[in-house]
Design a protein around this ligand. Structure first.
Ligand SMILES: [Zn+2]
Ligand SMILES: [Zn+2]
Length: 189
């Protein structure tokens, strides 16, 4: 279990991912279209067919030393998944489920100071198959472990330890920006 510092691209937001290890979260590479579109929208960077890597954990494991007030939110699917980005330099930093009671957060691993503590990517999601369909290399682990941890966090009350929502109102800490039709038209969705 290791505490790993993270920061946005410009350093305006800094924090720590606590207790990282291969068994306390999921180190995932995702090839889905929304993940690719989100990185293109936020970071102006096309990951193409290489996918994005996330470390999925519970929000109580993510703390901020500075710049939490610089978090902004955008979403391609506001009822499901919120994407937190840095308002200072734009980069996408976290993916968080829309309901705080499902205590799930993904950290974009390119913002971590060191990814050694996470172990290698343990599963791949939405991998394009030769026939054009997509499949998960380990769907049980992809959802099983994470959902288990999220439920545990909820039952134990730990879900209230979140920097992404105002627990009293259940509302996220910033307004949710939904890309316009025109912006979406330029994204690989
Ligand atoms: Zn994805
Ligand atoms: Zn920044």
């Amino acid at each position: 279990m290791t505490d790993v510092p993270f920061s946005c691209r410009c350093g305006g937001i800094k924090g720590t991912l606590h207790g990282a290890s291969p068994s306390s979260g999921n180190h995932v590479r995702c090839y889905c279209a929304p993940c690719r579109a989100a990185v293109l929208f936020a970071n102006a960077e096309d990951v193409g067919s290489t996918g994005v890597t996330l470390y999925q954990t519970t929000p109580d494991k993510i703390s901020f030393q500075q710049g939490r007030d610089k978090l902004a939110i955008f979403s391609l699917t506001p009822q499901k998944l919120l994407r937190f980005r840095a308002s200072c330099c734009g980069v996408q930093m976290f993916t968080v489920l829309s309901s705080p009671k499902f205590a799930l957060a993904g950290v974009m691993t390119n913002l971590l100071e060191d990814t050694a503590a996470l172990g290698p990517v343990a599963m791949e999601a939405f991998v394009l198959q030769p026939d054009g369909t997509r499949k998960h290399s380990s769907i049980l682990r992809l959802y099983g472990g994470v959902i288990g941890r999220a439920l545990l966090a909820r039952v134990s009350g730990r879900w209230k330890q979140t920097n992404f929502f105002d627990v009293a109102t259940g509302k996220p800490v910033a307004d949710i920006y939904v890309p316009t039709e025109q912006e979406r038209a330029n994204l690989p969705l």
